[in-house]
Design a binder for this molecule. Sequence first.
Ligand code: AP5
Ligand code: MG
Length: 213
Amino acid sequence: MNLILLGAPGAGKGTQATKIADRYGLVHISTGDIFRANIKNGTKIGLLAKSYIDKGELVPDEVTCDIVRDRLTWDDVKNSNGYLLDGFPRNLFQAGELDKFAKIDGVVNINIDFSLLMDRLCGRRVCKECGESYHVSTLNGATTCSRCGGELYQRKDDNPETVKSRLDVYTAQTQPLIDYYTKKGIILNFTGTEAPAEVLFEEVKTVLDKLAK
Ligand code: AP5
Ligand code: MG
């Protein structure tokens, strides 16, 4: 089963992705995580990506599509039940390219009220080691991850100005994908709310269990 996760910045793509990948034995491929790893390692791609990510803009399509095309040929993908694309595609061009090298079974689309997102993102802290996300309001001053003890950090693009730009980019470029995949008949719509992520995952599970059969 090959899936796409669609949703605005902070909608909860990464949070749901871990749960979905675990349950169905899928490889979780997040283009944002790939770029951040490249930035951390100081690669050429990282250097290029940083200049776009810091402004909340999209990394150029050719670079992003090449990365995903290549990633789907790795052995872990071949030896799994499929993959879950988190944050790709992000515009109609990328979706058209993906159609050339992949067969997608379902698009999990998390619709969410934008008013929730600024606080969620600006208050987010992420574990450097395992990638787990937290919100400052529930950390009680803790600076390490309760799962693995790793140090928590704030993503550089989680500041009010960049978040605004990311939301604008989502509206202009990514939102049209909802129509694109609705017309293909593979969209699976969910509503992200203030409820805990586990509540949303219960709904996602009910739908994906049927698709996986
Ligand atoms: P990317 O890393 O994909 O970031 P994003 O799309 O902006 O989304 P986030 O990762 O910020 O949010 P999320 O939806 O994963 O939410 P999360 O689960 O963490 O991309 C970053 C940048 O890379 C882009 O801006 C672009 O520059 C570049 N890029 C990436 N892909 C690209 C592409 N294809 N083409 C070009 N450029 C690309 O949750 C957010 C917070 O909410 C967390 O604190 C979490 O704990 C909390 N939370 C989650 N669910 C719930 C819930 N149900 N209730 C309460 N809190 C919740
Ligand atoms: Mg994410």
